[in-house]
Ligand binder design. Sequence first.
Ligand SMILES: *[C@@H]1O[C@H](CO)[C@@H](O)[C@H](O)[C@H]1NC(C)=O
Length: 213
Amino acid sequence: MKSSLSDALFLLFFITTQSICYITTNAAGENVVKDATGKKVLNGVPYHIGPVISANGGRIKLTDTMNNNKICPFNVVQDPADVNLGGQFMFTLIAKKKYLLTSTILAIDSGYPKGACEKSTFWTIPNVLEPPPSSLITTGGLFDQSFTCFQVVEYPKSTSPKVHSYMLQHCPSFCGAGPGTCFNVSIYLDKGVRRLAATGDTPFEFVFHKLSK
Ligand SMILES: *[C@@H]1O[C@H](CO)[C@@H](O)[C@H](O)[C@H]1NC(C)=O
């Protein structure tokens, strides 16, 4: 009697630890970001990003012009037309990894565009607690700072069930000093221009597209 009880307990212990192992390894395998075709997204390599379906507008790009004035640093906007390739953005995890992971802190680099603006090229949100323009995404940040701290999160319910879609969160305190929470990045409509900002609206759902060679 005694031994069968301990046998049963051992079996229970065995099953429990096995399923915990299964869950953790499975979760670790699942958090690699996938592109629109289902391929793993490489860390620190340029990609285009855009909405899941083209009816929701075009891809994300930089703009050097706002209200007919040249600006520096640049703003990050959604192209109204769904025919253009969009900008090339390099999502780089703070930790060195081969593939991009969800819910892991990273910086987003726009690369050096041609022109006179010599600001640095990392996306930044100057002050997430203030309304736009402070909470708009611009270039001009530095790697691994609270202002440039983002993470890619799986979109809760993809518009297209067959595609992995994501949303972006700004998490200042994960990289440095700042508000101890994450802020969803959404589209902020500003005089007809769709700009990326952390305004607390519905998160912008997007997919990764490999650059065409
Ligand atoms: C961010 O977006 C998700 C998905 O829409 C939502 O569930 C969550 O409450 C939002 N978080 C904040 C802080 O607004």
